[in-house]
Design a protein around this ligand. Structure first.
Ligand code: FAD
Ligand code: NAI
Length: 479
């Protein structure tokens, strides 16, 4: 007899493992299947985020930022260090240890919440009155039955048709996070989130970095004023970003004992160039992943991009099957996947789970960090909504000066009539942490005056958020 579960979650990334835990908390009998293997072939739950995404990238960003600080900024504080050296193997080893801690943390959480974890691939085989039949293929293969299913199978890096990933010279995010030595010349295609974060890591460690971006505008989804400020900072750091390029043929070629990658491209003026690099990271977006899921067996509908079709509440075309995270529409962000996972678990338990898609924050963990929530100024203009804007530069913030990091600003946008906050955009130190206050303010539909009247600790970077709120009413106190 097959084991039967109230809920089977396929995929243990942030969408899946959080859905499994919340469903178990709500009294359901839950199994979570995940196929990711660590180097020893054992389970490595946590998905893209934990294994080759959010966590390892932030570990390397932190390590490389320490290196940058030690090399270029400690002297400003009167700290002179001689003979700084870099051990990339140890740095990558530390990153791997951080990933392992997270994998183990999720296994512990499954145990604590009585979620049955199954290491292997989950594929639909049937649907019937008793539930959905799912084949688990791994070290121990078996078929199980689920009364309800949550599909949380995530996404994969999109490759250029002409240049498949070999993870040796042409790298996805996976290879980009385990380069063993600093490449002298690194190329990136796509100046999106991964392009900027990975480009920053390897530039700080000493690579000559060139980013080729297809669009003529830099970070088109970001508020223009913020994107412009960020671009200025990246230019100053020596991150070479070419906009409006058209990438042509890509070849991996031997040059003596050395292998390099040749990228033919046309610049924005249509002039032809050839970029020669030691490694090429292709970061041109991600595609939903349903490989091996066998959605046809249960009639699960996918869209033209391969994403599982869902409604606002993550219900798929098949009653009893839900889908969350990168495999469905919406931003490909870990916290969005988690929120959907929680909401789906609560809906399965008959509760009213809710995700507010208008208040999902974005963060790009470069230096300066870029973070935002809500609408940009260009979106407000396009929609014809009357708004007021207030900005406050970190240059005028005492804590930023003490930190020695005064790049950037906080920008707040509020409705011209009601004063409701419509968007907050930050470029600068700790933007990733500062944005949380703004998300909460928008969730509670606060006005800019509400933020302006809240006591913020002094000296703190968060005073810049208060000052930006004051600036909406043209009455900053410190600028
Ligand atoms: P995933 O994390 O992709 O997990 C899906 C899991 O399902 C995987 O473990 C996979 O092995 C498993 N699986 C797939 N098919 C099957 C099957 N048939 N059977 C069993 N298991 C299966 N987002 C942020 O919010 N912040 C960041 O800082 C951030 N940084 C990132 C950095 C990089 C380099 C990358 C690539 C992404 C980053 N992201 C970040 C995006 C984030 O990783 C994703 O949005 C998030 O992981 C999506 O979660 P998910 O649960 O939908 O899918
Ligand atoms: P992206 O969508 O952020 O950026 C891709 C970039 O590549 C775009 O600017 C696009 O115009 C460009 N591009 C596309 N095709 C091209 C071509 N043929 N030639 C030149 N340029 C081209 O995608 P990215 O960076 O791959 O990241 C994928 C996703 O992963 C992100 O959208 C995000 O959802 C998630 N992520 C989130 C992070 C975070 O939250 N800090 C960090 C890293 C990834």
């Amino acid at each position: 007899m097959n084991k039967t579960f109230d809920v089977v979650v396929i995929g243990a990334g942030p969408g899946g493992y959080i859905a499994a835990i919340r469903a178990a908390q709500l009294g359901m009998n839950v199994a979570c299947i995940d196929e990711w293997k660590n180097a020893a072939g054992g389970p490595a739950p946590g998905g893209t985020c934990t294994n080759v995404g959010c966590i390892p990238s932030k570990a390397l960003l932190q390590s490389s930022e320490h290196f940058e600080q030690a090399n270029h900024h400690f002297a400003d504080h009167g700290i002179d260090i001689k003979g700084i050296s870099l051990d990339v193997e140890r740095m990558v080893g530390r990153k791997d240890a951080v990933v392992k801690q997270n994998n183990e943390g999720i296994l512990y959480l499954f145990k604590k919440n009585k979620v049955t974890f199954m290491h292997g691939r989950g594929s639909f085989v049937s649907s019937g009155p008793e539930g959905f039949g799912i084949q688990v293929s791994g070290a121990n293969s078996e078929q199980i039955t689920a009364k309800q299913v949550v599909v949380a199978t995530g996404s994969n890096a999109r490759a250029l048709a002409s240049a498949p990933f070999d993870e040796e010279h042409i790298l996805s995010n996976d290879g980009a996070l385990r380069i063993g030595a600093v490449p002298k010349r690194l190329g990136l295609i796509g100046s999106g989130v991964i392009g900027l974060e990975m480009g920053s890591v390897w530039r700080r460690l000493g690579a000559e970095v060139t980013v080729l971006e297809g669009l003529p505008t830099f970070l088109g989804a970001v508020d223009e004023q913020i994107a412009k400020e960020a671009k200025k900072a990246f230019d100053k750091q020596g991150l070479k970003i070419e906009l409006g390029v058209q990438v042509g043929e890509i070849q991996v070629a031997k040059k003596g004992k050395h292998t390099e990658v040749h990228v033919a491209y046309k610049n924005a003026k249509g002039e032809s160039f050839a970029l020669e690099v030691d490694k090429l990271i292709v970061s041109i977006g991600r595609v939903p992943n349903t490989v091996g899921l066998n959605p046809e067996a249960v009639g699960l509908k996918l869209d033209e991009r391969g994403a599982v079709v869902v409604d606002e509440e993550c219900r798929t075309s098949v009653p009893g099957i839900w889908a969350v995270g990168d495999v469905v529409r919406g931003p490909m962000l870990a916290h969005k996947a988690e929120e959907e996972g929680v909401a789906v678990a609560e809906r399965m338990a008959g509760q009213h789970g809710h995700v507010n898609f208008n208040t999902i924050p974005w963060v790009i963990y470069t230096s300066p960090e870029i973070a935002w929530v809500g609408q940009t100024e260009q979106q407000l203009k396009a929609s014809g909504r009357a708004y007021k804007a207030g900005t406050f530069p970190f240059l005028a913030n005492g804590r930023a000066r003490a930190l020695g990091d005064t790049t950037g600003m906080v920008k707040m946008l509020a409705d011209a009539v009601t004063d409701e906050i419509l968007g907050v955009h930050i470029v600068g130190p700790m933007a990733s942490e500062l944005i949380a206050e703004c998300v909460m303010a928008m969730e509670f539909r606060a006005s800019s005056e509400d933020i302006a009247r809240i006591c913020h600790a002094h000296p703190s970077l968060s005073e810049s958020t208060k000052e930006a709120a004051l600036a909406v009413d043209k009455r900053t106190l410190n600028f």
